[in-house]
Design a protein. Structure first.
Length: 258
């Protein structure tokens, strides 16, 4: 597993292939953004590691984005700062260069998560904030009934919460993040009450875990989901989720201060 700079790839997922159209489905959700903003506190300068197309980069902060995947850097809108081509494990900044360090939906892509988190701690004088998924909870989602290899890949790739806490050090808090029913950041659990969205190829491509299963396996999972939606079987088992305003899944916000 390698993390390449200057290419379409980052970490173990090929964003040169799956990154096209990412921004159409993975937009910053304002409620998740508020939770991130609260975790960053009164920081002014922030390094955003694994910044991708720029989700959750507040216009009220001076953000320095870092993104090794060319396909993702190319999707950054013009109003955001251009991303530095570098990896988490080798941040090209001096010690204590920023008030805070942030990474969202990225730690599972890194070649060496401990080294990357140590680098975030090195360059930030204040909080290190990590938005990620708890691998111990990933398989609790209904999608596991249809696509177990997808969520197995997701659970395997996400670092355990205690590993993240130990690697970044300091005083650590772990808070579950509520996922709103109309969440516009289209990770798998964002569609907890909108299962039809996962029938769309673009929505699945925007969740990198789908790229770790063979196309035939993914197609079979989608076919099972479509059949259960058409027959009403999905709604018989999970239809109450359509009316739930928010969902408590595997999404967590980890905050560490020195």
């Amino acid at each position: 597993m390698t993390e390449q700079t200057g290419t379409g790839s980052a970490g173990d997922a090929d964003y040169g292939t799956i990154g096209a159209g990412y921004r159409d489905y993975r937009r910053p959700d304002p409620r998740i953004a508020r939770a991130i903003g609260a975790a960053l506190g009164d920081a002014d300068t922030v390094v955003n590691v694994g910044a991708g197309a720029g989700s959750y980069e507040s216009p009220d902060l001076r953000v320095t984005p870092v993104e090794p995947a060319a396909a993702m850097r190319a999707q950054r809108p013009a109003h955001l700062a251009p991303a530095v081509d570098a990896t988490a494990e080798r941040l090209p900044f001096p010690d204590d260069a920023f008030d805070a360090a942030l990474t969202t939906f990225s730690v599972h892509q890194w070649q060496d998560v401990r080294a990357g988190l140590a680098e975030m701690r090195r360059v930030a004088t204040g909080p290190v904030v990590v938005l990620t998924c708890d691998p111990a909870l990933v398989r609790d989602f209904w999608l596991y009934e249809y696509a177990p290899p997808v969520l197995d890949a997701e659970a395997r790739r996400y670092p355990p919460v205690d590993v993240i806490a130990e690697a970044v050090g300091g005083r650590v808090t772990v808070e579950p993040v509520r996922i709103p029913a109309d969440c516009v950041d289209g990770f798998n659990e964002a569609y907890y009450g909108r299962p039809e969205m996962l029938l769309e190829p673009g929505a699945r491509r925007a969740c990198s875990s789908w790229s770790f299963v063979e196309p035939a396996v993914a197609d079979a999972a989608v076919a099972r989901l479509r059949a259960d939606l058409d027959s009403g079987a999905w709604d018989a088992r999970h239809g109450a989720l359509r009316h739930r305003p928010e969902y408590h899944g595997s999404l967590v916000l980890i905050r560490a201060t020195p």
